[in-house]
Design a protein around this ligand. Sequence first.
Ligand SMILES: *Cc1c(COP(=O)(O)O)cnc(C)c1O
Length: 369
Amino acid sequence: MPRPILAEISHAALAHNLEVARRARPGQKLWAVIKARAYGHGIAHVLPGLQATDGFAVLDIVEAVAVRESGWRGPVLLLEGVFEAADLEQVHALKLDLVVHHEEQVRLLEQEAKSSASGNGTLSIYLKMNSGMNRLGFAPRKYRAAHERLQALPAVGSITHMTHFANADAEMMSSLSMRQQLQVFEQTIAGVPGPRSVCNSAAILNSEAVNSDWLRPGIMLYGSSPFAHRSADALGLKPVMTLRSEIIGVQNLQPGDTVGYGSIYRAEQDMRIGIVACGYADGYPRHAPGDNRQGTPVLVDGQRTRMVGRVSMDMIAVDLTGLPNANVGSAVTLWGQGLSVDEVAHAAGTIGYELLCALSPRVPVSIVA
Ligand SMILES: *Cc1c(COP(=O)(O)O)cnc(C)c1O
């Protein structure tokens, strides 16, 4: 028997969260973002729950192939575009939509136009503007020239204007607001026709007015909040992944006894602790605190308790002192139903995105309705 750890993935929760995205910005189409193994859930595991989407956005050809192999014939968008000329053959063969964010990618398309007759106007381009985040995209003063060069290519059918926000989740004034980036974006594309795609989860769920056609929800589909100060629950999102395990050992401690590597937790009174089959090799964050001052929340038999001691590769320890009925075999929830991944992430000084993406492929997955 394998160790009793399991990631449950709910298709109903995925479908529900997709609907929350749709209702938040009515009339827009959705790219369900499934990069990074669908934020750790596994592309094949989430696709059935997201069939109501208009398209899937992925990072590279490998992920695109996984989507096509699942039987999805609708749109698939390559969020970072192509990395080399050979990728373009795959783009045509798999009928992929394409982000173009750099001059070099325009050049690859022009080169292809010279060497082949792939001029049937089928390519759908997302031309990415760097409106202030300074990650990917054309600077505003170079954007229109890139647009003209792409439009001149016979293979290109449509060009969607695209940008990405640095602070759509900001609760307070930030040095680069979503509104400022939108202004740069709008000014640069003024008079240039074409659909627009600008909103990630945080931008979908905030109250800023946006003129756009294609949304790009990622984290919200998985039931995690993009905001530090608004819970997934308050946003109407349902957790998709519930990471479950069991107690596999129990220890009784006396005052002064310590727990685990580094002995960072010291019992101040008689205590019972449980050993849980889940560690950093499963994706549980090693920096989650378990010293005497601060613990990380964990559910045992549905009851809230805390982690004690340092996270090891395959195990953590939890306080069972207030849970006299808990014993070997008791059910443990690391995050998901009843305990938001965002709360665990917050305790560990990170965000839900990182915990979900880091789920180890060694953890078996089970699909629930
Ligand atoms: C990852 C990504 C998204 C989704 O972002 P979330 O914050 O997870 O909603 C949207 N757009 C682009 C370009 C991305 O890379």
